[in-house]
Design a protein around this ligand. Structure first.
Ligand code: SF4
Length: 426
């Protein structure tokens, strides 16, 4: 077996479509799994979860393994391919093009935590579910045969406790304070790894920690998949070493097509940042956070300066308010109040609500919900109000600096409880 040279490591699809035989020819077979040795190799590789939290994967797996051993309760493994973030296409790309890397990683994770059952969770109606099912059917039998579950694809459906509940057949809502590594599917210790993390795991098992660390940042080694969109010539999915300058990612995506002064980073729960602040910064979790941006689930969206950022944020606020799981007052009422204020602010020709009121509502929401949806929404909107202060001021006065609407493909929002204009949320 030869190690893949350089980068990309994961994004090497066969144009004729994925097949197990081609996958083996590309990467070689998985070596026999010795769970403890592989756990320590993954720890040495420094693999961190690629779903947004960047938590050390070996630590998470060890916790599930220990819980299973302590209570003689065989763990459950969920491969999270739900693609909860709009715009991001990473899970879809993996399922469509390199499903066997994902499935290798799932097979390894099952062995590493001593699991009895495993599933790949995809959102209902996902066009990639068929290619994943075909890939599953091509693989040799294993002791634990993973299932494929299709679940309602809400924004919070990827949250680990929500996902564990949904896989068990309950409504997929986050459960505050419940840690799936202890109490997951049917009360069993449950490992939830996202699709890209599992694909990276499959490479570490074959080529080892030193190879994995040969690219990337010292504290976040390896490569990472990024969805690049907006004002670039070739929007799409790219694989880069963690820590490459943002400028290089934009060049990979064909360069800018319009004037851009700001970018949405991470996802809908990420942050807006001035492009000049991030352009020469490494795309790595800690350095990018240090300049007020976010890698999150891997979105880099270049916002055209000649489009209306306020209407963009209003559409995002409405979408996020409609994604509330409806169980925390701060989320149900807080986000819908914010969405209504943004909707009024976005209206041109009428003076919008004062940003003073909006600021106070935004400040009242964080750290009071059962999951991170409201905090992420507030983080994104507050950063947008800072970055687009000129546009916000123009809307407050009833005008608009850039009347062309934004191009971010925001999904249609679910209806949310409408708060009467002017009603303050506390
Ligand atoms: S904060 Fe919102 S989405 Fe999260 S658990 Fe509460 S109601 Fe559900």
């Amino acid at each position: 077996m030869t190690t893949p040279p350089g980068v990309p490591r994961i994004m090497v699809p066969d144009p004729a479509g994925p097949s197990y035989a081609k996958h083996l020819a590309q990467y070689g077979p998985l070596p026999p799994t010795r769970p403890e040795a592989l756990l320590s190799e993954v720890g040495a590789a420094g693999l961190r979860g690629r779903g947004g939290g960047w938590f050390p994967t070996a630590t998470k797996m060890s916790a599930v393994r220990e819980e299973g051993g302590r209570f003689l309760n065989r763990p459950f493994v969920i491969a999270n391919a739900m693609e909860g973030e709009p715009v991001i296409i990473t899970d879809a790309w993996l399922m469509q093009n390199t499903p066997h890397l994902l499935l290798d990683g799932l097979e390894l994770a099952v062995a590493m935590v001593g699991a009895k059952d495993a599933v790949v969770a995809v959102h209902e109606g996902s066009p990639q579910a068929t290619s994943l099912a075909e890939a599953m059917a091509q693989r040799p039998a294993t002791e634990t045969v993973p299932g494929l579950v299709e679940l309602p694809g809400h924004y919070v459906a990827s949250e680990e406790s929500a996902l564990a509940r949904a896989v068990a057949g309950a409504p997929g809502r986050p459960v505050h304070g419940v840690r799936p590594h202890r109490h997951g599917v049917d009360g069993r210790p449950t490992l939830v790894n996202n699709a890209e993390t599992l694909a990276q795991l499959a490479l570490i098992a074959r080529f080892g920690a030193a190879w994995f660390r040969s690219v990337g940042a010292a504290d976040a080694p390896g490569t990472v998949l990024v969805t690049v969109g907006g004002a670039v010539a070739a929007p799409g999915e790219y694989e880069v070493p963690v820590g490459v300058p943002v400028r290089q990612i934009i060049e990979l995506a064909g360069g800018l097509t319009h004037e851009v002064t700001s970018a949405l980073t991470g996802g809908f729960g990420g942050t807006w940042a001035p492009l000049s602040d991030i352009l020469d910064q490494p795309w790595a979790p800690d350095p990018i956070r240090a300049v007020g941006a976010d890698i999150g689930a891997g979105l880099l969206w270049l916002h055209r300066v000649d489009t209306c950022a306020v209407s963009e944020m209003a559409r995002m606020a409405a979408y996020l308010a409609g994604e509330s799981a409806g169980q925390c007052g701060v989320c149900v009422f807080g986000l819908s109040t914010i969405a209504d204020d943004f909707r009024q602010l976005a209206d041109v020709g009428v003076a919008g609500p004062s940003t003073e009121r909006l600021d106070s509502v935004l400040a009242a929401v964080p750290r009071r919900g059962g999951c991170s949806l409201p905090d992420g929404a507030v983080r994104m909107l507050e950063s947008g109000m800072r970055v687009f202060a000129r546009d916000v001021a123009a809307h407050e006065a009833g005008g608009c600096a850039e009347p062309e609407p934004g191009h971010l493909p925001v999904p249609e929002p679910n209806p949310y409880p409408v708060i009467m204009p002017g009603k303050a949320f506390r």
